[in-house]
Design a protein around this ligand. Sequence first.
Ligand code: GLN
Ligand code: ZN
Length: 767
Amino acid sequence: MANATIPGYPRIGKNRELKKALEGYWSGKIGADELLTAAEDVRRAGWEAQAGAGLDLMPVNDFSLYDQVLDTTALVGNVPERYGWSGYVVDLDTYFAMARGRTGENDIAAMEMTKWFDTNYHYIVPEFHSGSTFSLATTKPFDEFREAHAAGAMAKPVLLGPITYLLLGKSQDEGFDRLSLLDRLLPVYAEVISNLAEHGAECIQIDEPILVQDLANGTLDALKKAYATLAEASGNATLIVQTYFDQVGDAYETLVNLPVDGIGLDFARGPENLELIAQHGFPQDKELVAGVVDGRNIWVNDLTRSFDTLEKLAGTIDPDRITVSTSCSLLHTPYDVDNEPDLDDEVKSWLAFAEQKLNEVVVLAKGLTQGRDAVADELASNRELLEGASQSERRHNPAVRNRLANLPDDVVERGQPAAERAKVQRERLNLPKLPTTTIGSFPQTGDVRAMRRKFEKGSISGEDYDEFIKAQIRQVIAHQEELGIDVLVHGEPERNDMVQYFGEQLEGFAFTRNGWVQSYGSRYVRPPVIFGDVSRPEPMTVKWAEYAQSLSDKPVKGMLTGPVTILNWSFARDDQPRSETCRQIALAMRDEVADLDAAGIRMIQIDEAALREGLPLRRDDWQGYLDWAVECFRITAAGSRPETQVHTHMCYSEFNDIFPAISALDADVISIENARSGLELLKAFKEQGYDKGIGPGVYDIHSPRIPPAEEIAENLRATLTVLDVDQVWVNPDCGLKTRRPEESTAALTNMVAAAKQVRESRESPTR
Ligand code: GLN
Ligand code: ZN
């Protein structure tokens, strides 16, 4: 019998119950009991939804109070020493201290956080060193298994696998191979697995998503060793090794020959997995968990296409051995489309969130067991829906299509080479050496947000709101003049979010009311939905930019979010390549650039905060992505004339492996995060022959600390030992939105003083 399952379910609560409970607990409003009860309710509701939809096997221990990687750290007792853990059971206080740090007397920083593969979810990075030891330190998987059992579910405990856990971590010791800790880690995993089997778990899922990445030598041997041990520990339980987010490539043969009972593969993001099976076969004695329903998007699945995939698989693998599944945990999708009162009915009919995806999995499993005819009605109505969608006017804008089909070759060109542009820009702008600037936003105070809410609710008029924003802009401009900053910004008071602000003004975007997905801990985001061709009905930022510029003789930067970032932080349509959607956004943003330019704005910054995080998981796929990402940025930037200076900003510092792409963006100035990276990065810019403007962030805006002027000046002098004085800009490493006004004022004062100091000491070097 074909089964229906999923690798994981959303866990924040349909109405964000977990967020409320967590924040209540952290602020001391509720106790641990109440928090844990709320968590239990969220889990139970998830199982009820899954059982109600007809899933045969439901994940347990996919829940987390904060993060599943941190849960693993707690499970195996890998608590960093500085948290002063007693070494017995990891209690809530220790757990949240690792996640969020502690304030007050025993003040200690949180562990580092980073992105989970190529998703927008963030996990807490495990720490290892050569002396790391492990011991079973929580009962979470057993408790949740018991709980699920009592709720009547056929429960499948889920664990993050040992290889992925080790490889996702970091170590301070240089040259230390984390996989060398496997021998110490495996006994704990074996204990957990045998314990679960003894408690009656019939099937255990172990996630090894690391297998979809390029693997270092030795990883596959470690994998074999690990699963020999774990298989032995599993007793009567079947073990499934689950992968997701891409194909498994070279790991395929080792993976399918592990001494386990089943393998989970992603056929949505890794259609190549199908070829791997056709080419190398699939062991007769194993089960395949076939991830045919995309677990990361929000679109109704093409059931016929998934069914075709399943039939192809059934040509090699006995259908009784195929379990139908989503491609990955549904953690990355919102709960329920029916919870979206604001969406227009047509667009809504195209969407499938977690609850809807459960039904899709169940229908496909039924078809696989009983034959296509048994689900003929479902397939037919799904066909009809998708055909309707593909012909819908909401989806297609002939003008956009036409424009894209007839793009001139020079649409990506600025009209003059960078060196010549620099000359005309220098004359036009007349800036001092080491010009000071900021990244765009100024602190957003409570009254700005309150005003925006009032405006959205209609309790103040558009005119009053505009007046309020204008007053904010006047303040920010005056403030910067007072500080003595050379290149000003308007401060972005009108923006809720750097992507949403543009999405709301572009055609082809929709916004959900309850479409929350976890970003990290209790932080959830509601990504915009790009459902149709993107166009710009009218200018989006020109009014504010013009107003801001009218208040000062100094240049005020126009401020835009780049096309790649808008795409990467949205749910993009899946009926055309992402590159195509990105080109449409690029053209819309290009028109905005041209309008800013025509309005006399002399500098335009196009932020690409998410360009790097869109890199595919496998290196082989990088160039393809970078090619169209760079092309899209250039389409946008080339809306400006050569004498207009284009800036870009990226809030990260890992450029080494994408230098050619950064250079190919052809931006006149790039500001980057460098406050924590030092000179190495700047040397790399130098070595790559990067001769355009660079603003290496001179202080870290993510911390409340105020850097002394002397310290900034010293950094600046060090920078000038590597980079040419004519190319260096002085700026913080990101927008100031999240800082308190006092903090940003103090830090900027020091920044301007430092720039002045360094300028003067260069002019009279004998002093
Ligand atoms: N211009 C934006 C700001 O200053 C950039 C934000 C970002 O890079 N994340 O807020
Ligand atoms: Zn930034």
